[in-house]
Design a protein around this ligand. Structure first.
Ligand code: UDP
Ligand code: MG
Length: 313
């Protein structure tokens, strides 16, 4: 019998989790000749999510859970879930039912009968999202797709169904700074996209603030393209050229007119502009350096404090 694994990262999802389980198992029970296992990953929740997981494990034999020693972030939770999954296919889903389990049969069909390795979902609408957030999200996708050779799909959710080879490929990527939207694309494989209308979360609230999203976008850009470094080098070249031309013009003017006192306002402006550009470029270098620093330390992606099967990993 084939096995389907559902990986669910959870951070403060005590209200949503029981609803999710009910809904998800309702769908998977309709799948004939497929067993299901559900891997719940508690990403250091501050509420009673872990207790809810223990209860769910008692209630449903197909549930396994992993609990982190603190909040390591959704990416780490996804990785832990994928590493623990044993299924022939693995789906990554949010606990808040924003990733409708009702799409699973269609996704499974694409992998089993149409020869795909990866089925992704994308929202065709962004209803329920603040317009300013949608605007910045669109800008981000335009920007990163222009700069990076790994193309991201606008509106793509982390809700994915992956075949075993794709899961193994993802687990094998060792990087600490994981931007999974990009990693899914980077590993390649034949992918199919399924569109659905945006659904609002069933309970609890979103963990993303505007700043955390901004940080996440910068993380994405730095992880998947080095073109900002080229941009800063280009900026440097352009300004060098401009200053060379200005220097020659000023020297010639001084030799002819001998009036060197005037022009300090423009000088201040130029100094301000150039120091701004220099700081900007330094910031770009700093981002890459910071990423290298965290990678070089080779700390584990997460620390598990408890898991349902007892063993530590
Ligand atoms: N999540 C997590 N760790 C975090 C933040 C979020 O595991 O540090 C989980 C969260 O419990 C949910 C999923 O990631 O299952 C998506 O989070 P959320 O619904 O807040 O994001 P949104 O849908 O608003 O993008
Ligand atoms: Mg959500």
């Amino acid at each position: 019998m084939s096995l389907l694994s559902l990986v669910v990262p959870c951070y403060n999802e005590k209200e949503a989790l029981p609803l999710f389980m009910e809904e998800a198992l309702k769908v998977t029970s309709t799948l004939s000749d497929i067993d299901t296992e559900v891997i719940l990953v508690n990403d250091g929740s501050k509420d009673d999510t872990l207790d809810v997981m223990r209860e769910l494990k008692e209630k449903y034999p197909c549930v396994r859970y992993i609990s982190f020693s603190r909040n390591f972030g959704k990416e780490a939770a996804i990785l832990a879930g994928l590493a623990a999954s044993r299924g022939d296919w693995t789906a990554v889903m949010d606990a808040d039912l924003q990733d409708p389990p009702s799409l699973l049969p269609e996704m499974l069909d694409a992998i089993r009968n149409e020869g795909y390795d990866c089925v992704g979902t994308r929202r065709s609408t962004r209803t329920g999202e603040p317009p300013i957030r949608s605007f910045f999200a669109r800008c981000f996708y335009k920007l990163i797709n222009r700069m990076s050779s790994t193309k991201l799909v606008d509106g793509a959710r982390d809700f994915k169904l992956l075949s075993r080879p794709a899961v193994d490929a993802l687990i094998a990527l060792p990087e600490v700074n994981r931007f999974s939207k990009g990693l899914y694309e980077w590993i390649g494989f034949r992918s199919k996209w399924i569109e659905f209308r945006n659904v609002e979360r069933v309970a609890g609230e979103t963990k993303w603030s505007f700043w955390s999203l901004l940080k996440y976008s910068i993380e994405g850009i730095v992880s998947f393209t080095t073109s900002p470094l080229i941009l800063s080098a280009l900026l440097g070249l352009i300004f060098m050229f401009i200053s060379l031309v200005t220097l020659i013009t000023l020297m010639v003017r001084q030799l002819i007119y001998h009036n060197s006192v005037s022009g300090w306002t423009s000088m201040v402006c130029i100094i301000l502009l150039l120091s701004g550009v220099q700081l900007f470029c330094l910031g770009i270098f700093g981002q890459y350096l910071a990423k290298m620093y965290t990678e070089i330390k080779k700390r584990p992606h997460y620390i598990i404090s408890e898991r349902s099967d007892g063993e530590k990993k």
